[in-house]
Design a protein around this ligand. Structure first.
Ligand SMILES: Nc1nc2c(ncn2[C@@H]2O[C@H](COP(=O)(O)OP(=O)(O)OP(=O)(O)O)[C@@H](O)[C@H]2O)c(=O)[nH]1
Ligand SMILES: [Zn+2]
Length: 225
């Protein structure tokens, strides 16, 4: 697909604020190759890594690995790099005039640390206060999953989820807290299996102390941060 077309699409779809530091750093030509072209190239790259490590690529158990990894990158763990995979978030009129906060908590997060390409595993908690529009519950899980399926830093992922829901709902009153384990910290390097990372983004009304506290009480995290 042409880059211009894709970039228009991103704009129309309101992907993370244009020019914002919360955008995933993508090259201008990021969408020039098709998925199958990307898989073919990545397969060769993985082959080269395995080869350099001295692995026997004719071995029964190893010979399928380069293609397996390439498909996993493009179709699964990095699939959220392409805006065509962005979930369509069905919104409805808030006919019942529900005026309180809605919290979608314990959303499973499987992402990948962009510094080491190792897993990030945890939970996201998302909340909003409607200003006339409500969104299908599952769409919040889908939005989290879409942004998780990229090489990520947790701070950016948290902000991207909030920006996207603010666009979808047409309100600044959106918040997200993510509590996740980074395998780059847990399984290598400092190898601290116990530690996890908490990030938050509080938009609009969620910056107010009482509202922030209500949200944090629902998700039962320490309210002192
Ligand atoms: N801020 C932030 N840092 C992250 C995230 N994921 C991984 N990191 C950190 O990125 C840093 C990369 O630092 P480097 O010193 O270049 O990498 P390294 O030599 O492998 O560092 P160690 O992990 O300390 O062994 C590490 O401290 C990681 O813990 C994230 O989501 N947010
Ligand atoms: Zn890492």
């Amino acid at each position: 697909m042409k880059v211009d077309k894709i970039l228009n699409e991103i704009e129309e779809m309101g992907d993370a604020h244009a020019g914002s530091s919360a955008n995933t750093p993508l090259r201008e030509d990021a969408f020039e190759l098709s998925d199958s072209e990307k898989i073919d190239l990545i397969k060769e790259d993985v082959k080269r890594i395995m080869d350099t490590l001295g692995l026997d690529l004719t071995d029964d158990s190893l010979k399928g690995t380069p293609l397996r990894v390439a498909k996993m990158y493009v179709n699964e763990i990095f699939s959220g790099l392409h805006p065509k995979r962005k979930p369509k978030a069905s919104v409805f009129e808030n006919k019942y005039k529900y005026g309180e906060m809605l919290v979608e908590k314990n959303i499973t997060v499987y992402s990948t640390c962009e510094h080491h390409l190792l897993p990030i595993v945890g939970k996201a908690h998302v909340a909003y206060i409607s200003n006339g529009t409500v969104v299908g519950l599952s769409k919040m899980n889908r939005i989290v999953d879409y942004f998780a399926k990229r090489p990520q830093v947790q701070e950016r992922m948290t902000m991207q989820v909030v920006h996207e829901l603010q666009n979808v709902l047409g309100t600044p009153d959106v918040a997200c807290v993510i509590d996740a384990k980074h395998l780059c910290v847990n399984s290598r390097g400092i190898r601290d299996i116990e530690s996890s990372t908490v990030t938050s983004e509080f938009g609009g009304a969620f910056k107010q102390k009482e509202i922030k506290r209500e949200f944090l009480d629902y998700i039962k995290l320490d309210t002192s941060f």
